[in-house]
Ligand binder design. Structure first.
Ligand SMILES: Nc1ncnc2c1ncn2[C@@H]1O[C@H](COP(=O)(O)OP(=O)(O)OP(=O)(O)O)[C@@H](O)[C@H]1O
Length: 218
């Protein structure tokens, strides 16, 4: 077994008393990929928020390895579109540290990720002037430019064309080969074939109670 970076044990979660997840168990190891699948409303985003510490479980525990650096790509909301940010500024935010200017490594990482995600020609364009897929690429770049031990991505490729999707898959595979863990949500079962392990949230009774079934291997 690999080194554990994140673990979810017997977790339950409720929004204002309404159960969304129960009995969820998940172990995330370094240098591995975990897919979280399930229908709309089954609790994928909620589970990712618990992993990232954005939400706290009602029951059970979420453990993160000490010092674990986590980069989160939230599911797209309209909020970001209203910000007066250029693509380059959006990506640089991924390297932001309080009271420190971006150094040469930071700037090089920004340049590389923008090239890899075909964003260089859009660097000065404002996010709100972009197509949905272009904007999603900018946000993925902001996440992947971070030096993280775990990348948690909520439906990263949902708005992307086949070429961009392949670029993102290649980048994620590289991060894993370099020792990071990747956890991503998808409602596309085919995406799960990319993962070493899949957590399927079944949304029992067709509504919002998700049970996790963990399968090993693609
Ligand atoms: N802030 C909230 N307050 C109350 N209920 C919420 C909130 N966010 C999500 N829910 C509910 O929790 C359930 C799980 O939502 P979640 O967003 O985790 O699902 P999902 O699997 O990510 O869905 P999708 O595939 O549509 O993105 C849904 O029934 C949803 O209505």
């Amino acid at each position: 077994m690999g080194t554990e970076v994140l673990a979810v044990e017997n977790v339950a979660f409720r929004y204002a008393g309404v159960p969304v997840l129960r009995d969820v168990n998940l172990r995330v190891e370094a240098a591995s990929t975990v897919a979280v699948t399930g229908a709309n409303g089954s609790g994928k985003s909620t589970l990712l928020h618990l992993l990232a510490g954005v939400e706290q479980p009602a029951e059970g525990s979420v453990r993160r390895r000490a010092g674990c650096r986590l980069a989160l790509l939230p599911q797209r909301t309209g909020d970001i579109d209203a910000l007066p940010l250029t693509v380059a500024e959006c990506v640089r935010i991924g390297r932001f540290r309080p009271r420190r200017r971006l150094n040469r490594d930071d700037r090089a990482a920004v340049t590389v990720i923008m090239e890899r995600l075909d964003l260089a020609h859009l660097a000065r364009r404002r996010l709100r002037e972009l197509s949905g897929g272009q904007r999603q690429r900018a946000l993925i770049a902001q996440t992947l430019v971070q030096a993280a031990d775990v990348y948690v991505l909520d439906e990263p490729t949902v708005a992307l064309d086949a070429t961009s999707r392949r670029h993102v898959h290649d980048l994620l595979a590289e991060r894993v080969r370099a020792g990071a863990a990747v956890v991503f949500a998808s409602h596309d079962a085919a995406d799960a074939t990319l993962a070493d392990r899949t957590v399927r949230l079944t949304g029992a009774l067709g509504h919002s109670v998700g049970d996790a079934a963990v399968h090993h291997g693609p």
